[in-house]
Design a protein around this ligand. Structure first.
Ligand code: 5GP
Length: 217
């Protein structure tokens, strides 16, 4: 695999048993396995920060964090870029902006995608934009968002996606910076939720069937 592909997690990888890690006991029974442990997320994010620094060093960027799921990844990625900026000759002056997208109910995408807080992005005109998103599934959400951002004529748009799911149909659209490619299962943790639960879990895990039932709306 090329560097661009990120870490590819195979469909038949059964994950780590939850018994091998610590996690909040209020989620006991709600999870099948750990698919990406928190430490591995941090290590991969550190390298993504370096790749971003190599490509964009000395450019001003606006980090566009896609809420809510992207808050943890954005915060950690920005932290790692800050450390690199302190310790090398090249730096990346960063601004951070938040937009909120909402498209999921239970584990199914809903038809209407709402962009909250993106009314006026005219300050992006002529800027270098780094969109930071926790997970890309079909890519529909990202395509909608990209079209919206492009309309404000930024100088450049790059996308960092921590996770990309291998969805069956069509060839995957890949962000410029990919953390992991994962099987097409519903994942939670590291700020990714299921009906607002599991954001307070630091590993990326696969939710169990009983977990889905318990937190169904
Ligand atoms: P897409 O439009 O690419 O199919 O879906 C992207 C959006 O769906 C993401 O922004 C994310 O909010 C949500 N999403 C897709 N797959 C998952 C998943 O496995 N877990 C969680 N928590 N959200 C997901």
């Amino acid at each position: 695999p090329k560097r661009r592909d990120g870490i590819v997690i195979d469909d038949n990888w059964s994950g780590y048993s939850l018994d091998l890690f610590s996690y909040p006991s209020h989620y006991a029974g709600d999870l099948d396995c750990v698919i990406v442990p928190h430490g591995v997320i941090m290590d991969r994010t550190e390298r993504l920060a370096r790749d971003i620094m190599d490509d964009l060093g000395n450019k001003d960027i606006v980090v566009l964090c896609v809420l809510k799921g992207g808050y943890q990844f954005s915060a950690d990625l920005v932290d790692k870029i800050k450390v690199l900026s302190c310790n090398s000759n090249r730096t990346i002056p960063m601004r951070v902006h938040f937009i909120r997208l909402k498209s999921y109910m239970n584990d199914k995408a809903t038809e209407d995608l709402h962009i909250v807080g993106a009314e006026d992005l005219s300050f992006l005109t002529g800027k270098n934009v780094l969109i930071v998103e926790a997970i890309v599934g079909t890519g529909k959400t990202m395509k909608t968002l990209l079209k919206h951002v492009e309309a404000f004529k930024p100088n450049m748009i790059k996308v960092a996606g921590l996770l990309v799911k291998r969805v069956a149909q069509n060839s995957p659209w890949l962000p410029d910076y990919v953390g992991f490619q994962i099987p097409n299962r519903f994942v939670v943790g590291y700020a990714l939720d299921y009906n607002e639960y599991f954001r307070d879990l630091n590993h990326i895990c696969i939710i169990s069937e009983s977990g889905k039932l318990k937190y169904k709306v």
